[in-house]
Write a protein that binds this ligand. Sequence first.
Ligand code: KIV
Ligand code: ZN
Length: 391
Amino acid sequence: MSDNNVQIFDTTLRDGEQVPGCKLNTEQKLIIAEQLDNLGVDIIEAGFPVSSPGDFKSVEEISKIVKHATVCGLTRSVENDIKVAAEALKYAKTPRIHTGIGTSDSHIKHKFKSTQEDIIERAVKAVSYAKTFVEDVEFYAEDAGRTDNEYLARVCEAVIKAGATVLNIPDTTGYCLPHEYGAKIKYLKENVKGIDRAILSCHCHNDLGLATANSIEGVINGARQIECTINGIGERAGNTALEEVVMILKQHPYLNLDTRIQTEMLYGISQLVSDSMGIYTQPNKAIVGANAFAHSSGIHQDGVIKNRETYEIIDPKDVGVTESAIVLTARSGRAALAYRAKNIGYELTKLQLDEIYTSFLDFADKKKEVDDNDIHQIIEKSKVYREIISA
Ligand code: KIV
Ligand code: ZN
């Protein structure tokens, strides 16, 4: 792995699937896992094997079919979880066990009723035990976002010594501001002995809408893995959206950070996940929402028709969307009407366009969006219809 490569760790099938009411069956998970592998993700977190027989089976079946990506299973710092995960991953070409424990004061006091030293001991034990099954062991310090940096550094140092290959620094509650999350990663890079033997990973939740910004700050400050889900699905407000972080790195080449993602597959896989889970993607969702490449105001439409780059920073084809959409509403101008009329076979002169534009505005004030059929009707009812079709 080159130093500027950012590993994409997809957790759609684990953290993403924790969306209430959106459980996937094994067959649906296999279809998604195959597409994630084709998309080029580096790691697929396939599930939490000890949590249910269904999850165990899904992780086992996914391990059999994935050709390129590392397949990962989640565990708590509990021996039986780790043993069961290793069993579920036994067919994987490159297996990874993802184990960890809460490290914030809140988790230590309320969840574990324990002490900082005891948590480090449990963390080390879990990593050492996982190492008896697989080489690649990722450790998560749950609620690292709210964990004191000095203590977090001690936890990281101890688990690296025990053999952890990846250190996951989750902002579990989505609390951090981007500069704080970036500073946390930088602090660990600079203060953890042995950090060069491990990869730092960003795992950000979106409770304040900052998951993507925090993950990007993380990689700018030295992390080299981002944990994310398709469409940003996940518990509560969700996880970092895969399509967003990937396109941010692609559209800002001066950051000198690359991924292996085949971006032209992003729209298709977004639809697949949304259909399989029955979760509707908000129309204004960045990159994959229905309106991400749609233009409806006259000023923007005029610009885009002249040159797409006036109002678009991404070529829709780069993410698998066929073309930008010029949507006709009462806010649209003549340029947009002429463009859409031309697409369905009417070449309008300036005078004809003026004549039809008035009827178009009357119509558009009554209907939210004017479609091709409506354009036909408006033109057919106009005084200039004969002139237009005989031209
Ligand atoms: O958000 C979180 O802390 C997690 C861990 C279990 C990795 O999902
Ligand atoms: Zn999470």
